[in-house]
Design a protein around this ligand. Structure first.
Ligand code: E4P
Length: 221
């Protein structure tokens, strides 16, 4: 399963990229707005740091505007995936970009039918938002199961990019289902790294090593 980071924060992107964990990045207008700086500079910088797919989202709501913005975003780097909303104009733009060989991520997917239609339009990725479904009392992970089954039935090449992930259990469940990608907020990836027994174990190892020093033995490795 590929791991994308769901952020426009350059520091977090560099931190996890240096650990070799990142296969790509997803951004959206809210995430770029949250960082507060020049959004275009941030988007350009991200495409340089990350070699994998970087989803950059259009903000036009009609087809021609989406096409113009998508082409400008795509000029930032060969790894740019144009992100369009799950609307009729978004799907029309998806079809046009895909026919030109430009990869598209269709975002704001909340039903299996929407995922099916985005795949038919040629999307490289569909982004079902599971956390936002959980928030309104619907089972977000069940949507991932449904999409997985449908895409498998018809051998769609479109990848399931699990979005709006809220905690590490979401990641385990998505991986068990066989989702292609999860996009994670930095705090979720941080939590996945940690386990209390790892810290306790390391503290004990180091304390035991200290005992050798007290016997005046050479402990420099
Ligand atoms: C996906 O591409 C979106 O950027 C993101 O996962 C949305 O998550 P949220 O519901 O936490 O805003």
């Amino acid at each position: 399963m590929k791991i994308f980071l769901d952020t426009a924060n350059l520091e977090s992107i560099k931190k996890f990229n240096d650990m070799g964990l990142l296969d790509g990045i997803t951004t959206n207008p809210s995430l770029l707005s949250k960082e507060g700086g020049d959004p275009k500079n941030a988007m350009k910088e991200i495409t340089k740091i990350i070699h994998g797919d970087v989803s950059l989202e259009v903000v036009s709501t009609e087809y021609s505007g989406m096409m113009e913005e998508g082409k400008r975003l795509r000029a930032y780097g060969e790894n740019v995936v144009v992100k369009v909303p799950m609307t009729p104009d978004g799907l029309k733009a998806c079809k046009s970009f895909s026919s030109q060989g430009i990869p598209v991520n269709v975002t704001l997917i909340f039903s299996a039918n929407q995922a099916l239609l985005a795949a038919k339009s040629g999307a490289k990725y569909v982004s079902p938002f599971i956390g936002r479904l959980d928030d309104i009392g619907q089972d977000g992970m069940n949507l991932i199961k449904e999409i997985k089954e449908i895409f498998s039935n018809y051998a769609f090449k479109t990848q399931i990019l699990v979005a709006s992930v809220r905690h590490p259990l979401h990641v385990i469940d998505a991986a068990k289902i066989g989702a292609d990608v999860v996009t994670l907020p930095p705090d979720v990836l941080d939590k996945m790294l940690q386990h209390p027994l790892t810290k306790i174990g390391l503290d004990n190892f180091l304390a035991d090593w200290e005992k050798l020093k007290q016997k005046n033995l050479d402990t420099k490795i």
